[in-house]
Write a protein that binds this ligand. Structure first.
Ligand SMILES: [Zn+2]
Length: 88
C-alpha cells in the first residue's frame, strides 16, 4: 500500500479565480507543481466524477494523451457510477 501513497494527489474542490481566464471554464485541472487535483463542483455528479478520474489519470501518468485520458476517464467513471459509487 505505501508504495502507491506518493501517487495519490491532493484534492481541492475549486479552481482558483486568480488563475485567470485560461481556467475560467475548466471543469478540472491537475497541478503537477503541488500535485493537486482541482475540480470545479457541478450539479452533474457523474460529470464531476468523470473529471476527478480524468485529473487523477493525469496525476498518475501525465504522458498519457489527452484523448486516451478522456476515454479512460469516461469508462472508469461510468463503471464506478454503475456500481453505485457516489460522493457523500
Ligand atoms: Zn486532461
Amino acid at each position: 500500500m505505501a508504495k502507491y501513497t506518493p501517487l495519490i494527489p491532493h484534492i481541492v474542490m475549486d479552481i482558483p479565480a486568480s488563475w485567470g481566464k485560461e481556467y475560467s471554464t475548466a471543469r478540472g485541472v491537475y497541478d503537477p507543481d503541488t500535485r493537486t487535483v482541482h475540480v470545479r463542483p457541478t450539479s452533474d455528479k457523474l460529470d464531476e466524477l468523470d473529471t476527478f478520474v480524468h485529473e487523477a489519470i493525469h496525476s498518475v501518468n501525465p504522458k498519457i494523451s489527452e484523448e486516451e485520458t478522456e476515454e479512460l476517464a469516461y469508462i472508469i467513471a461510468r463503471v464506478l457510477w454503475k456500481a453505485k459509487y457516489r460522493k457523500i
